[in-house]
Write a protein that binds this ligand. Structure first.
Ligand code: ATP
Ligand code: MG
Length: 550
């Protein structure tokens, strides 16, 4: 894991220095998603970083949609991003769209042309690529590089007016085709795209490139610290060039950090969209997705995600975080909050033959033994109960302490029962077992007569509420790909198992997004999508134990 002490502080140290030296008076950060998909846990890292940093120095954080690519962007994504940031517990100061600055960006591009710092190029995308050179080879200047300012102004205006087709012309910065930094070799600033934009409609047919737009967006909003991921390190000189040459008054500073990677997880919107489009999952909010909406539906809480993001810290070196660490934080968060209850995932009927027919007694159960403030509840007990199929074995191996013929176990919150008879169907499958109970052994009465080695959970059968349980495994078996493979070759065929069982009688009150700990099975969330008034569906958030230590 990253060294938390130093790593979580390197950006903060920059901010402290900048405030002390008077470079900036107030900290303004921004979270700038492109609305081309739903947010994922990697974005959460950036959200937590930006909002918490500004908050610590009494600054501001904007939510800005970086919507400069008309083809991939959509209102659905804008809405989901707002919902997810708010759900994580953050309030943005300004809500902005990069597309609101298109006129300003156009004017700055005109300024560059007038200064002789930008030109319209007729080379095709492919030609531009081949003229660009390589790390070891200098680039070659375009034959259109030395057009006059007048000609460039005229052509750029005509690009805006829609006189040219997509790809026919671009606007490029005139910097240095022999720069050792390839990003500085006359980068493209504007391209033509005859496409309808989710915000500006058909007003524009030229769109600014990220490297031109982003620094201007930051400067227009007076952002001081523009935090981005490490791939943009080489773009920093261009970022600064745009700010300088466009004569922006505000001078934001770009700072890079390592993006979050998680084991067994793909983390790019493009790949996540593929999983949705190819119906590998049932939507962006499928509980197997690393999206904020998927994690929310699975049962993660904002606190768990925020605490995880804070713990992993911020560094400048590449790393992959163990997904079990995220699980650790939801267990920690729910430990004292979730009601502890009993659920049977794979039911086996038990008849307690010496218990009076038609009698139902109420037993007392603690709601959370680690948090007694959560109080108690009453649970029914009668002659018929369900237990887990794997809590019974007809021929147990050595060391098996649960139910088997002749053995006695404790029923959690209830009595000792002893197995006397096994009932099977024609196929030889166990359909029911018959036990006797000992009324002396009632839980809470201090019975010390004898000990049993196993305690199992159960649900009273006549009042039990049928429930569906959805059990998850990682969606991606291995995030490293061999040559010729894609991440789709590593999809886990067993990432979802659905079983039908029962929960306690009082669970009829459970509402979507309520969270419970089912004794021995782990933490579960009431699924908001599939739960109906007739059927409860639970997503397993996480099992109870992990070997992971932080
Ligand atoms: P993706 O490839 O998943 O679409 P992106 O970086 O293109 O990611 P943006 O919408 O541009 O997505 O990202 C908004 C902000 O979130 C950016 O500042 C980006 O640096 C940050 N971000 C995206 N992915 C991660 C990640 N895995 N870890 C940390 N920050 C991230
Ligand atoms: Mg992107």
């Amino acid at each position: 894991m990253e060294n938390k002490q130093s790593s979580s502080n390197f950006i903060k140290n920059i901010v402290i220095d900048d405030l002390e030296s008077g470079k900036y008076e107030k900290v303004i950060t921004r979270f700038p998603p492109e609305p081309n998909g739903y947010l994922h846990i990697g974005h959460a890292k950036s959200i937590v970083l930006n909002f918490e940093l500004a908050d610590e120095f009494k600054g501001k954080t904007n939510l800005r949609f970086d919507d400069t690519n008309p083809v991939k962007e959509d209102q659905e994504f804008v809405d989901s991003i707002k919902e997810d940031v708010a759900w994580l517990g953050y309030e943005w100061d300004g809500l902005f769209f990069a597309s609101d600055y298109f006129e300003e960006m156009y004017n700055r591009a005109v300024l560059l042309i007038k200064k002789g710092k930008a030109y319209v190029d007729d080379l095709s995308a492919e030609e531009i690529r081949s003229y660009r050179g390589t790390l070891t080879e200098k680039g070659k200047e375009s034959p259109y590089r030395n057009r006059s300012v007048e000609e460039n102004l005229d052509l750029f205006e005509r690009m805006r007016n829609g006189e040219f087709k997509d790809g026919e012309k671009v606007l490029r910065a005139k910097i240095d085709m022999s720069s050792p930094n390839i990003t500085m070799r006359d980068p493209v600033l504007y391209r033509i795209a005859h496409a309808t934009h989710h915000n500006t409609g058909d007003k524009w047919c030229i769109y600014p490139m990220y490297d031109f737009a982003h620094p201007l967006e930051d400067a227009v909003e007076d952002v001081t610290h523009s935090i981005c991921t490490l791939e943009f390190e080489d773009h920093r000189p261009l970022y600064n060039w745009v700010i300088e040459e466009c004569e922006m008054e505000s001078k934001p500073k770009q700072i890079e950090f390592a993006r979050l990677n998680l084991t067994n997880t793909v983390m790019s919107k493009r790949k996540l969209k593929q999983l949705v489009d190819e119906a590998v999952v049932d939507g962006w909010d499928d509980p197997r997705m690393p999206t904020i909406s998927g994690l929310r539906r699975k049962g993660y809480t904002p606190d768990a995600i925020r605490n995880f993001c804070k713990e992993i810290g911020v560094a400048r070196s590449y790393s992959v975080v163990d997904a079990q660490m995220l699980e650790h934080f939801i267990r920690e968060d729910l430990k004292l909050k979730a009601l502890r209850t009993m659920g049977i995932l794979r039911p086996l009927k038990v008849i307690i033959t010496n218990y009076p027919e038609d009698q139902v007694e109420m037993l007392e159960a603690e709601n959370n033994p680690e948090n007694l403030e959560m109080g108690h509840r009453q649970i029914p007990f009668s002659r018929e109960i369900y237990i887990e199929q794997d809590d019974f074995m007809e021929e147990p191996p050595k060391g098996y302490h649960r139910l088997f013929p002749g053995n006695e176990v404790r029923l959690k919150h209830a009595y000792f029962i002893k197995c006397n008879e096994v009932i099977k169907n024609d196929q030889g499958e166990v359909t029911e077992i018959h036990c006797t109970y000992d009324p002396e052994t009632k839980s809470g009465t201090g019975f010390t007569g004898r000990k049993v080695k196993g305690t199992i959970h159960w649900v009273e059968a006549t009042n039990a509420v049928p429930a569906e349980f959805r059990l998850y495994e990682p969606l991606i078996l291995n995030e490293d790909q061999e040559e010729g493979e894609t991440f789709l070759d590593h999809i886990n065929p067993n990432s979802l198992e659905i079983v039908q069982g029962y929960v306690e009688a009082n669970m009829t009150e459970a509402k979507p997004q309520d969270k419970y700990q089912f004794f021995r099975h782990g933490y579960f969330n009431v699924d908001p999508k599939y739960t109906t008034k007739d059927k409860l569906v639970f997503n397993r958030i996480v099992s109870l134990k992990s070997s992971f230590k932080i």
